[in-house]
Design a protein. Structure first.
Length: 160
C-alpha cells in the first residue's frame, strides 16, 4: 500500500503530484466505495484548506451522500439545488468564494465559507459530484478547478 506524499507548496504543483499517486492508489481496485474513500483521504493531504471533502452520488434522480471526511452532512440533494445540485445539473465546476452570496446554498456546516463542486462525468452523464468546503472565504479558485479536473476525469473511469 503506497502512501500519498506531496512535497510541493503551491496548489497547481500539489495537484500535479497527486494525480499519478491517486492513479496508483486506484489502479486494479474495482470497489467503488473503497476507491472513493481513499480518494477523499488523498485529497485531504493535497488540500489542507478544505474543512470537508466528499462525494454526492447520483441515485434515482437526486444526489446522495457518499464517502467523505469532515462533519456529518446533508444526505440528499436534488439536482439543481444548492451548489452541488447546480454543478450536477449544469455538468460544470462551480466555485463559490462566499457561500452567503450563492442563492440556495445548502449549509450543512454553518462554519463553511467557500466551496468548490466538480462534476464527475461517465459516458456523458453526471454520476457524482466532488465537493470541497472551507472555513475561509475564497479558498478555491481556478487553480483548484484546473487541478481537480483531471482527478474528476480519472474518477469518471471508475465503475459507477
Ligand atoms: N453546501 C452544499 C451542500 C453539501 S455540504 O457543503 C457538505 C451545497 O450547497 O450543495
Amino acid at each position: 500500500m503506497e502512501s500519498i506524499a506531496l512535497a510541493a507548496a503551491d496548489k497547481p504543483a500539489r495537484y500535479r503530484e497527486l494525480l499519478p499517486q491517486l492513479g496508483g492508489l486506484l489502479d486494479g481496485e474495482p470497489d467503488l466505495i473503497a476507491n472513493l474513500a481513499n480518494t477523499v483521504a488523498a485529497l485531504r493531504e493535497c488540500v489542507p484548506a478544505a474543512s470537508w471533502i466528499g462525494f454526492y452520488i447520483a441515485r434515482g434522480g437526486e444526489l446522495v451522500l457518499g464517502p467523505f471526511q469532515g462533519k456529518v452532512a446533508c444526505v440528499r440533494i436534488a439536482f439543481g439545488r444548492g451548489v452541488c445540485g447546480t454543478a450536477a445539473a449544469q455538468g460544470k465546476t462551480v466555485i463559490v468564494p462566499d457561500v452567503e452570496q450563492f442563492p440556495g446554498h445548502i449549509a450543512c456546516d454553518v462554519g463553511s465559507r467557500s466551496e468548490i463542486v466538480v462534476p464527475i462525468v461517465r459516458r456523458g452523464e453526471v454520476v457524482a459530484v466532488l465537493d470541497l468546503d472551507s472555513y475561509d472565504l475564497a479558498s478555491f479558485d481556478a487553480a483548484d478547478a484546473a487541478g481537480l479536473a483531471p482527478i474528476a476525469e480519472l474518477l469518471g473511469t471508475l465503475a459507477w
